[in-house]
Design a protein around this ligand. Structure first.
Ligand code: GUN
Length: 291
């Protein structure tokens, strides 16, 4: 069993990006600049945005954090987005999700200039991705493709079962892996909360992408020998033995599934760090596109 080490792979990627930044700077070109908009004080979102800003510093990017209170109106948020769209020093930006309930998420994502949409969530970029045209790929699926490629996991002709149909992970993952690409050419099944006999499907799967958000959902009895398992879940589970009062659990019961797997991502240290690295990669691309 081989661990797909997202921590190490993302560190490699970040070194590569840092090299590109050095070169850009030495040529007197513009330093890539990522902005992140955070609305409210959700603990997980604050952690993620903090990690994104820190990663920018590490590779030599400029970063801007726009921290707005929970009660921010939709109008005010749309105004902030318009400012970022018009700000030439910003190459790309993200609006951290989820947003407070009084804000229409779709309206907000539609307001982002597709050329600065480094999350790849705007319908223009989703459409381009679906048609296999150059676009910003959403960071989590992009990170999974990168891990599969770098570990030379064979995907061509394999049966991939994606559990979860979210716009951020499950849906784009299923589209990308069915396309003609290096970590692609797979036969993909998308399973979700209404799927009947899920275990029958997972037992047939050569590769499973678990992205449903239920801690330790996928267990050893649900997978066949030599399966490749990608765990996208990251749920805070109460744990009194931990100083912070919780532990991070994936969607995969690692102990039982890893006994059968050929490759598996851990949580933490698997998909999570890759997501951040790919966001940086998209920002570099946004900066280069502008040049
Ligand atoms: N919330 C969970 N994942 C993501 C992501 O990839 N981007 C943004 N903006 N918000 C998220």
């Amino acid at each position: 069993m081989i661990i797909l080490d997202g921590k190490k792979t993302s560190a490699d990627l970040k070194s590569e990006i840092a090299e590109s930044v050095k070169l850009i700077k030495s040529q007197g070109k513009k330093t890539p600049h990522l902005a992140a908009v955070l609305v409210g004080t959700d603990g997980a979102s604050m952690t993620y945005v903090g990690a994104k800003v820190k990663a920018c510093e590490l590779v030599g990017f400029e970063s801007t954090l726009i921290d707005l209170p929970e009660e921010t109106t939709e109008e005010k948020l749309l105004q902030e987005i318009e400012n970022l769209n018009n700000n030439d020093s910003i190459d790309g930006f993200i609006v951290q999700l989820p947003l407070p309930k009084h804000i229409d998420e779709q309206k907000v994502l539609m307001a982002v200039n597709p050329d600065k949409d480094v999350d790849g969530f705007h319908p223009t970029n989703v459409g381009k991705m679906t048609l296999d045209l150059p676009s910003f790929l959403p960071a989590t699926p992009y990170g999974i493709l990168e891990l599969l490629e770098r570990y030379e996991v064979e995907t061509s002709g394999k049966h991939v079962v994606v559990i979860g149909r979210s716009h951020i992970v499950g849906r784009p993952m299923s589209i990308l892996m069915s396309q003609k690409r290096k970590a692609g050419n797979a036969t993909v099944t998308v399973a979700h909360s209404r799927t009947k006999n899920l275990k029958e499907l997972t037992l047939q799967a050569d590769i499973i992408v678990a992205a449903l958000g239920i801690a330790e959902f996928l267990t050893g009895d649900m997978v066949k020998d030599d399966v490749v398992v990608i765990d996208v879940g990251i749920t805070r589970v109460d744990d009194a033995t931990k100083k912070r009062g919780y532990k991070l659990a994936g969607d995969v019961h690692f102990e039982s599934v890893s006994k059968k797997a050929s490759f598996i991502t851990p949580v933490p240290g698997g998909v999570g760090p890759m997501t951040i690295a790919m966001l940086l990669k998209n920002t570099l691309l946004a900066c280069e596109n502008k040049e």
